[in-house]
Design a protein around this ligand. Sequence first.
Ligand SMILES: Nc1ncnc2c1ncn2[C@@H]1O[C@H](COP(=O)(O)OP(=O)(O)OP(=O)(O)O)[C@@H](O)[C@H]1O
Length: 275
Amino acid sequence: MTSLLQVRDLSIAFGRKDPVVRGLDLDLAAGQRLGIIGESGSGKTVTALAIMGLLPDNARVTGSIRLDGTELVGLSDRALSRVRGDRMSMIFQEPMTALDPTMTAGRQVAEAFRLHRDRDAGRARTAVLAMLRAVGFDDAERVADSYPHQLSGGQRQRVVTAMALVNRPGLVICDEPTTALDVTVQATVLRVLDEVLEAVGASCLFISHDLAVVSQLCSDVVVMLNGRVVERGTAEQVFTDPRHPYAAGLVATARLDLLEPGTRLPTVADHVRVP
Ligand SMILES: Nc1ncnc2c1ncn2[C@@H]1O[C@H](COP(=O)(O)OP(=O)(O)OP(=O)(O)O)[C@@H](O)[C@H]1O
């Protein structure tokens, strides 16, 4: 398997404290979706932030993170910011962390697009509207002209999804993107995410503590505990035959009997077109 993302022996520590992630290895092929599951504090988010190069200055990162052959550990901030948004992007739990309350949704998607691609405003607007339609907005023009506070939580998360995917990155990292939303809205946002990832052909690292969500979206799973991977395999393997007692406990309480592992979500639209 040629890896799009290859993480080797990654350790992360803050200041002089003990490492919070230790000896982590991950591989993600082009188009593959890997769920990272684990309890609060197990190191999921710091792993994602290390890949994105977004850890605070007091973080000590050792090991190797290669994206499409480029080593990211030790890369300058300038070089990293070019990789971010263009070749990889991240969707956070709380959409307002990614959105500027003073800018319309359309302008924010356009900024994400223009920063990395096209400086022509007309072409950017066309791409923005197409992207907003791709994340399920029939009324893309109205949404583009709305400010974040005029949109619901689910709509904001779809705008953030549009921003994350507008440059067709190879890798999208999602950190609990639907945890803050209520259940019916969660389902819509996940369906949209599933479709847009598919349309763009992007790989995904999907962080969650919800196994049911991961089983619907991801082909493969790793389980983290205290900064280490304690279990890895296909979603089906991990959900039907977990080896580690902690993974077994997660599976036992997840009511996965209500789902077929690996079953794809029903689609929203027949065709999703991404600019
Ligand atoms: N900036 C920081 N400075 C010091 N310690 C930190 C910092 N950020 C995270 N940590 C610590 O790193 C550990 C891993 O945190 P992380 O946020 O990655 O966990 P998580 O698995 O994502 O949990 P959650 O599901 O609650 O988001 C925790 O012990 C946390 O306190």
